[in-house]
Design a protein around this ligand. Structure first.
Ligand code: BDR
Ligand code: CA
Length: 316
């Protein structure tokens, strides 16, 4: 059984990954932590509580960061064209959800939960890396106490999605991502190299909704405008970015990976670019030297991943 804390900014594709983590029989979802990104942290937290209530998820929700680790960075507008004004594709969501939040900020919830379960917790982070960076700043020993870290973020041998070289989760807080990727823990990086080719069509999702329960029907409803947004890149379908990271936890054999130290460009025209120095390649001394080797996904069996998502979501 994999104990998972899910760090997320729901978020349309975040919602699908949440249902996957909730329904997969080998995953014990022990916490949901929120972060700003697809919307403000107030909105992403409200959305997490809404999905917890609608889908009857036992895991507590802890509210996380609302600003970048470097306070001098300027916030850009929320990506409403992707995830809607309310972060959930503008499906109707009440302003207030009558459920308690965990009293701790997300990073402290993570620290205390990992310390209570040493060597057992996998962190699955699919928003900006701010909460994880705050964990490392407050309690660096956590790096040695987690079972693993899987993130959705970055791009290595393909273009970015918010700039020609940067992916949204990393670009949203590059300093945080550099802290997370250079820390002495094993990070599996599930970036656009694999998520941009893993798409689910509108028809496939509708077929799932026809067979599935209320949760799957809601997922279908909230994904419609996100699918419309992806018209430029996908033929009537959507990239299921965050679910790819969730799938890795239970089916790593569906991915091919390389290893190497990873750095994040902070500032300038390449702000937020992720760059791996593949293990075994020799370069003159540089900024990747002496850093932990991380695992970078470069290939994926997309069809099997999509089918695993379907089969898991339909296990009500
Ligand atoms: C990532 O950015 C967000 O829009 C998605 O939820 C995903 O985590 C893709 O770049
Ligand atoms: Ca996300």
């Amino acid at each position: 059984m994999h104990k998972v804390i899910y760090d997320t900014d729901p978020g349309v594709d975040d919602a699908m990954a949440l249902l996957f983590l909730h329904r997969h029989p080998e995953i014990d979802l022990i916490g949901i932590t929120t972060v700003f990104g697809n919307a403000s942290v107030e909105t992403t937290t409200r959305n997490a509580l809404f999905l917890k209530r609608e889908w009857d998820i036992a895991a507590p929700v802890a509210k996380g960061a609302s600003v970048t680790v470097d306070p001098n960075r300027h916030e850009r507008p929320w990506p409403t064209m992707v995830h809607g004004e309310n972060g959930l594709g503008d499906m109707p969501v009440p302003d207030l959800i009558d459920l308690p939040l965990d009293p701790r900020p997300a990073h402290r919830f993570i620290i205390e939960t990992v310390r209570a379960n040493p060597g057992e917790v996998t962190l699955v982070a699919v928003g900006r890396m701010t909460n994880l960076a705050l964990v490392l700043k407050e309690d660096p020993e956590i790096a040695g106490l987690v079972k693993g870290v899987v993130i959705m973020g970055g791009n290595f041998y393909v273009p970015g999605n918010v700039s020609p070289v940067a992916e949204a989760n990393i670009h949203g807080d590059p300093e945080a991502a550099d802290i997370v990727l250079t820390a002495p823990w094993k990070v599996v990086v599930i970036g656009l190299d694999v998520t941009a080719v893993t798409t689910m069509s509108r028809t496939y999702l509708r077929g799932m909704a026809d067979k599935g329960d209320k949760a799957v029907k809601q997922l279908d409803e909230l994904s419609q405008s996100y699918i419309d947004f992806y018209k430029h890149a996908v033929e009537d379908g959507m990239m299921v970015h965050d679910s790819c990271a969730a799938v890795y936890v239970v089916a790593p054999e569906l991915f091919t990976t390389i290893t190497g130290a990873v750095r994040v460009v902070c500032g300038g025209i390449a702000d937020g670019q992720t760059i791996v120095k593949p293990d075994g390649r020799r370069f003159p001394a540089g900024d990747w030297d002496g850093l932990p080797s991380q695992v970078v996904a470069t290939g994926i069996e997309s069809e099997k991943v999509i089918n695993l998502i379907r089969d898991t979501l339909l296990r009500a």
